[in-house]
Design a protein around this ligand. Structure first.
Ligand SMILES: Cc1ncc(COP(=O)(O)O)c(C=O)c1O
Length: 404
């Protein structure tokens, strides 16, 4: 079968693929520990579930407006005011099928063929592929000092007359790093001076550890919402553990929102109103579930740090937010694909090769699962890699011995 060159060039999402493989192994009875997919294990807030059920019971489940239900958009306006200190209008908001879809819509609306989009490594796996899908060119900027923080001068060097946008994601997937307010401020100022769009993917902005606070991105622009180059992307997937509801949104100027609404109207018509009322209830409801989730993953972060640091040769930077750790495994003399494969086969632990995030030598561990599972998975990694760890370990109902 002949498929288009563009479609053929798009890589499969490695995290979605690993999730499917892990589910298959689990179904075969294997005691898999899944550090692969970025998904909190907590249940959706009761208020969200009740609203969805109520909507279903009403039997009135019809098309919604393409840009989102007015009541959800109002909730997002309030959320923006509360969390970003910015007063916006519902016309500045469009609701889509998850933040992933939101990012795609922004790129589709902004990118002409050949336009370049700067992506900062390590980066979320989907950014380069999405840029390619809209005939854009991903330009990767990797910090020369081996850290997870680019310098503005490195970004500046990558800019050309074709640069149309820069994507930032802080707290970051896969590193858990948080960009300093100073760096974000510099990037905002630079983008506005050069008339480059700045997409800030804020999907983890509520999952910040150690009581740290970050300044809202709008603090760094004097421009109003209609003229700023800052475009904010957010959603309910990570903050409320509502990944399957598929609700994300964009806050941008009205013109861009209108264009994205036209695009969405031709492609999906609208996000499901069942999911939208659930999102609205999550945003408007009791927020203590967010604190509970943050506390759990912060404790998991501490377990991950403690265990990884005890493995000789392992280099690990303490994550400050999100629920990922991106340790440097280069001392173990395997490329990240081979190492992830080794850990899956020997220790039944799913990790994601760093190569997928633009940094070889690393593996990404997603630790949003139950604390006992996180501890079990770390013990297995240690068993597999640390010659000082006990030779024998329990994996599921089997005792296994290290024989390498
Ligand atoms: C950085 C980043 N942005 C966006 C998304 C997508 O979120 P959603 O489930 O809302 O599509 C993810 C999910 O893994 C992510 O890590």
């Amino acid at each position: 079968m002949d498929i288009s060159k563009l479609a053929a060039s798009i890589a499969e999402s490695p995290t979605v693929k690993l999730n499917a493989e892990a589910a298959k192994l689990r179904a075969q009875g294997e005691a898999i520990v899944h550090f692969g997919i970025g998904e909190p294990k907590n249940k959706a807030p009761m208020s969200a579930i009740s609203s969805a059920i109520e909507k279903l019971n009403s039997g009135e489940v019809k098309y919604a407006p393409s840009d989102g239900l007015p009541s959800l958009k109002k909730a997002i306006v309030r959320y923006t005011e509360k969390n970003y200190g910015r007063t916006i209008d519902p016309a500045n908001v469009i609701v889509s099928d998850g933040a992933k879809h939101s990012i795609f819509n922004v790129l589709y609306a902004l990118i002409n063929p050949g336009d370049q989009v700067i992506i900062l490594a390590p980066y979320w796996v989907s950014y380069p592929e999405m840029v390619k899908m809209v005939n854009g060119v991903p330009v990767i900027v990797t910090p020369a000092d081996g850290s997870f923080y680019p310098k503005l001068s490195e970004i500046e060097k990558a800019v050309t007359p074709s640069t149309r946008a820069i994507i930032i994601n802080s707290p970051n997937n896969p590193s858990g790093a948080i960009f300093s307010d100073e760096l974000v401020g510099e990037i905002v100022e630079f983008c506005e001076r050069k008339n480059i769009y700045l997409l800030t993917d804020d999907i983890y902005h509520k999952l910040i550890f150690d009581g740290k606070k970050i300044a809202p991105v709008y603090n760094f622009t004097k421009k109003d919402i209609e003229s700023t180059n800052v475009i904010v992307i957010n959603g309910i997937s990570k903050t409320y553990g509502m990944t399957g509801f598929r609700v994300g949104w964009v806050v941008a100027n009205r013109k861009l929102v209108k264009v994205m609404t036209n695009i969405q109207g031709q492609i999906t018509t609208c996000n499901s109103p069942i999911c939208q009322v659930a999102a609205e209830a999550a945003l408007n409801g009791d927020q203590s579930c967010v604190d509970t989730l943050r506390d759990t993953i912060e404790k998991n972060r501490d377990t991950v740090m403690r265990e990884l640091q005890s493995i000789p040769g392992m280099k690990v930077v303490k994550p400050q937010g999100a629920f990922y750790c991106f340790p440097d495994f280069s001392a173990f003399n395997k490329d990240s694909m081979a190492l992830a494969d080794f850990l899956l086969k020997k220790a039944l632990v799913v990790t994601v090769p760093g190569k997928e995030f633009g940094m070889e030598g690393h593996l990404r561990l997603s630790y949003a699962g139950a604390p006992s599972e996180v501890a079990d998975g770390l013990a297995r990694i240690k068993w597999a890699l640390d010659p000082n760890a006990p030779r024998e370990i329990q994996i599921g109902n089997r005792k296994v011995t290290r024989d390498w």
